[in-house]
Design a binder for this molecule. Sequence first.
Ligand code: COA
Length: 331
Amino acid sequence: MNKNMQNVKIIGTGSYVPENVLTNNDLEKMVDTNDEWIIARTGIKERRIAKDNETTSDISSKAALRALENAKLNPEQLELIIVATNSPDMIFPATACLVQDKIEAINAATFDLQAGCTGFVYGMITAWQFIVSGFYNNALVIGGETLSKFVDWTDRNTCVLFGDGAGAVVLKANKTEGILSGHLKGDGSGADLIKIPAGASKNPTSHETIKQRLHYVKMKGNGVFKYAVKYMKRSTISALEKCNISATDVDCFIPHQANMRIIEVVAKVLGIKKDKVFINLDKYGNTSAASVAIALDEAVRQGKIQNGDIVVLTAFGAGLTSGSIVIKWVK
Ligand code: COA
């Protein structure tokens, strides 16, 4: 490490989920599914759904303001805003620019980052590098999604899984410990497993793409499941090895909240005990790039993370992508 490089810690977390709750029983009235199947196969009981006029930048801004308040930082002090999302307000401009305007972070640089559900972990590692190198002194990283607007509400294979929400962290240069290591991976050979086929350069929106419902999420669930287990395990091990920490020393494991069965298998193969694993997917479903960010904020606010704890965030998602980050929690 360059001697000018510095450590980076999380100085604030925040999250926001829309008020509207959609339960499994509500879904029974929309598609051929039932509460028992959804709970047994996924662990999800309910999810939050944004209002028609509520956008990703709206809910991301609310999460951001909570994280800034928690960090005791004024928006104008922010130097960088990264929004990880797969459901931006528009293809362009970047949702990060819209958030910057809404929270009045007038001095910040802004960009979006798209890495499927791993986006928040990619965003944190990106921001970490900006601060470690001395380029910026602080950064706001947000995972924000309104995937409900991209889900086909007639497709039971996908519509029972996803929900809306946003989570955020404020990172800052720090003299002592903080983020210890990270790992990122892409595997485009699995790009077909989960995608939105139309609405961009490959299949621009047309009457035909709309008729074929190609502007909605399409997913091969079994293939994604196998990838998720394999790559979340590998990624977590890679990140832990880089900082010489054993999985049994992890105090709080925060995996992407996609499916309870995936989380259980990953924790088991890693040897992480159930009581160290943070779960909230029963309340929110899979909020994609927001999932780990919301879970981290809830874990902090519920007192599940204490000073000195080793915290691991890990995720996988469309791309395909996977990534993990190891943090020594310092106040
Ligand atoms: N309600 C009731 N039945 C359903 C259903 C639903 N919502 N969705 C699928 N089924 C049916 C299937 O049609 C199939 O019926 P069949 O046996 O008559 O063909 C049966 O349930 C089993 O389907 P299968 O796809 O094998 O179930 P599964 O155990 O693999 O669970 C997922 C499906 C989607 C829950 C699971 O594969 C999964 O979670 N995959 C990962 C998805 C993910 O994480 N995506 C996000 C990536 S970030």
